[in-house]
Every structure is written in C-alpha cells, then in structure tokens.
Design a protein around this ligand. Structure first.
Ligand SMILES: [Zn+2]
Length: 90
C-alpha cells in the first residue's frame, strides 16, 4: 500500500477506495465523476496525477448527494428566473 496513492483524495481515508475514472454517478451519465468532484469541491483530479486518483465510498456518497443538491438548485433557480420574466414585462 502506498500512502500517496491508496488514500481518499478528499478526506484521507484509506477504506473502501474507488478509482475516480472507473465510476459515474447514476443519472449523471454525461458528466464524469472527476468533473463532478471539481464542480462541488474545487479539487481537480487528473489521470496523470502521481498522488491518489481515488475517493472513498463515503465521499462518493457525499458527492452523489451534493451533486443532486447542486442540480436541484440550478434547476429551481432557472425555473424561477423564467417565471419572473413575464412579471417584469408588465
Ligand atoms: Zn473520502
């Protein structure tokens, strides 16, 4: 086990690790897990990184929840902005 590669990139856990480039979030088939992690945490994980390209199962679950929250917020905001346009025209 290598302490730089066999560790969660997001929380430093060494348990239940999965490779970021192997996994997609359900319902997010068009965006990669590494792009989701960047969108919600600002952490960029590259294929050629010499440090860990893995996250733990808990961070994976958090990524799923956080990405769902992000998508819901964006969608709701978009709907509200579209709804206000006719009101502003009056
Ligand atoms: Zn983690």
């Amino acid at each position: 086990m290598d302490s730089y590669t066999d560790v969660c990139r997001l929380c430093s856990s060494t348990h239940d690790l999965l490779w970021v480039f192997d996994k997609k979030l359900p319902g997010a088939a068009t965006i990669s897990l590494k792009d989701i992690i960047f969108a919600i945490s600002g952490v960029e994980i590259h294929y050629k990184d010499v440090i860990s390209q893995k996250i733990c199962s808990e961070c994976y679950q958090l990524a799923k929840i956080t990405y769902g929250f992000r998508e819901m917020s964006i969608k709701s905001n978009k709907i509200l902005k579209v709804a206000i346009i006719p009101l502003q025209a009056d």
